[in-house]
Design a protein around this ligand. Structure first.
Ligand code: PLP
Length: 409
């Protein structure tokens, strides 16, 4: 097999070798149930509580008992929303956005089916939150607001700290939740500082070089939130099910690693992403950067490539050993254009032709060079097959030009 160039780190990440080392004893000799009372099990229990303290420290020094371990960010999000709704049956209004990951977006749709009022706030053409619309929909009976911290498809960052402050100034009883799955390990999450108005925060391990199958939910002390999984007494009765200690230890270790040399790593990743972006934009005609004028994660590049099929590009990239994505991991594989890009009003000629490259601290300059070398040719070859492409002029046909209206900033 040819070497893999992995540029799909917003879908999942490689587990860091240091994380594997930290977890290994809990798969091998320290396999005991952390709730059992014999001595070896108490050792396992302490390791889990140490991991909880580490997670709490990395979230700005919150209390360890404000951290719930879950199985993934989807579970954390479901717990946050259903837990809040079930704890407050009298209040029926929930606000979220039109660009959330399905782990929030589909929960919002489910709440509507259950008779709640859910507002999905629009974004502008750069994927930025429409603040005016947001303030307009706040109501006296609004129960909760759930906004993602950064978008998984475009990397666009929402100003969560400001939004949470505005919400609490308007009505301190509104519960503020943020899905920080794409920012944990990438941006500071200071729940005692800039994010002090956030009540609930979700993320999962596998986006930050810990394994799949572990997530966390911050629940500010005193926030009413009913358990989502009911059964045993684990996590103080707030999330039943035997804790996966090995993975929890791995999650804590991954957060520690992310904090080490954070600024240096972020800068290196940003430079690689920026080079990829500027070279591809220079070499490929009729291309735009989705969310390119917004504040974005340093690792994410989402390109709208006019007059081409996203799936075709992914297959051709894959033939060259390059792993990328055409939208969120959950929507790739379907031919439906992504709800995120539709909400951003990406022109018809590009909405099917978007490709996301997401880098990590393991991405190398040689890998980026290889993508810069092969991707423009892939695009040119595929365009020759497009009925909208004029092969002789190497340009879009007249009817396609009409459909191709680049978003205004
Ligand atoms: N929220 C966001 C913003 C995501 O990007 C993802 C995964 O892509 C999820 C939630 C779901 O994460 P998990 O796979 O851990 O359930």
């Amino acid at each position: 097999m040819q070497p893999v160039i992995y540029l799909d780190n917003n879908a999942t990440t490689r587990v860091a070798p240091e994380v594997v080392d930290a977890m290994r004893p809990y798969f091998e000799e320290l396999y005991f149930n952390p709730s059992s009372i014999y001595e070896p099990a108490r050792v396992v229990h302490s390791a889990m509580e140490e991991a909880r303290k580490t997670v709490a420290r990395s979230l700005g020094g919150i209390r360890p008992d404000e951290v719930l371990f879950t199985g993934c960010a989807t579970e954390s999000n479901n717990t946050a929303i259903f837990g809040t709704v079930n704890a407050n049956p009298a209040r029926k209004h929930v606000i979220t956005t039109a660009v959330e990951h399905p782990a929030i977006y589909e929960v919002g749709k489910e709440l509507q089916r259950r008779g709640l009022d859910v507002d999905f706030i629009p974004v502008d053409k750069q994927g930025q939150l429409d603040m005016a619309a947001f303030v307009r929909v706040l109501r006296p009976d609004t129960l909760m607001v759930s906004l993602m911290h950064a978008n998984n498809e475009t990397g666009v960052i929402f100003p969560i700290a400001d939004v949470a402050r505005i919400i609490k100034e308007t009505n301190p009883s509104i519960v503020v939740h943020t899905d920080a799955t794409q920012t944990a390990g990438k941006l500071p999450l200071d729940l005692r500082g800039s994010l002090k108005h956030v009540d609930l925060l979700s993320f999962s391990g596998h986006k930050l070089h810990a394994p799949k199958g572990v997530g966390a939910l911050y629940v500010r002390r005193g926030t009413p939130c009913r358990p989502f999984l009911i059964g045993g007494h684990q996590e103080e009765g707030r999330r039943a099910g035997t804790e996966n200690v090995a993975l929890i230890v791995g999650l804590a270790r991954a957060l520690e690693l992310a904090a080490e040399n954070h600024d240096e790593v972020e800068e290196r990743v940003r430079q690689l992403r920026d080079r990829l972006e500027s070279e591809l934009v220079a070499r490929i005609p009729f291309v735009q950067v989705n969310g390119g004028e917004a504040v974005r994660l340093s690792n994410t590049l989402n390109l709208a490539i006019h007059l081409i099929e996203g799936e075709g590009m992914l297959y051709q990239l894959s033939a060259d050993g390059i792993c990328a994505s055409s939208g969120s991991a959950c929507t790739s594989g379907s031919l439906e254009p992504s709800h995120v890009l539709r909400a951003m009003q990406i022109p018809f000629t590009a909405v099917h032709g978007s490709v996301r490259f997401s880098l990590s601290r393991y991405t190398t300059a040689d890998e980026i060079d290889r993508v810069i070398e092969v991707f423009p040719t892939i695009v040119a070859n595929l365009r020759r097959l497009s009925p909208y492409w004029d092969v002789e002029r190497n340009a879009p046909r007249a009817e396609a030009i009409e459909l191709m209206q680049p978003p205004e900033s």
